[in-house]
Design a protein. Structure first.
Length: 116
């Protein structure tokens, strides 16, 4: 139980605390309500943080990237590339191979079409 005294009625969480809680709920077996209860945060607030984080990620236009050399060989997301300079992207149920010399407009157009 947290006792709040003084004029301030709202609790404040640092960016590090929010990031830690969001990382915890991102785990495959995590239950948001359990994480919220354990960290003494309202469940709806955790959902709001997650929604804001997703929105910020979409606005930035960047997506996480796995570099094949840094991925374990048994990982299902690692796509083998026998040709040097070939970019292989696994999106949903599709695998796209892009030549490293392709224009950025072609690459972004292809990835946008796959996202929708």
């Amino acid at each position: 139980m947290t006792l709040i005294t003084g004029n301030e009625r709202r609790r404040r969480w640092s960016d590090e605390e929010r990031a830690r809680i969001l990382a915890e709920i991102a785990e495959p077996s995590a239950v948001v309500a359990e994480v919220a209860r354990r960290t003494d945060v309202c469940t709806s607030l955790v959902y709001r943080w997650r929604r804001e984080a997703r929105k910020a990620a979409q606005v930035s236009g960047f997506a996480p990237v796995l570099i094949e050399g840094a991925v374990a060989a048994s990982s299902p997301t690692a796509a083998p590339s026998s040709e040097p300079g070939l970019i292989v992207v696994d999106v949903k149920e599709a695998r796209v191979r892009i030549c490293a010399g392709a224009s950025s407009a072609l690459i972004s157009g292809t990835l946008k079409a796959l996202r929708s």
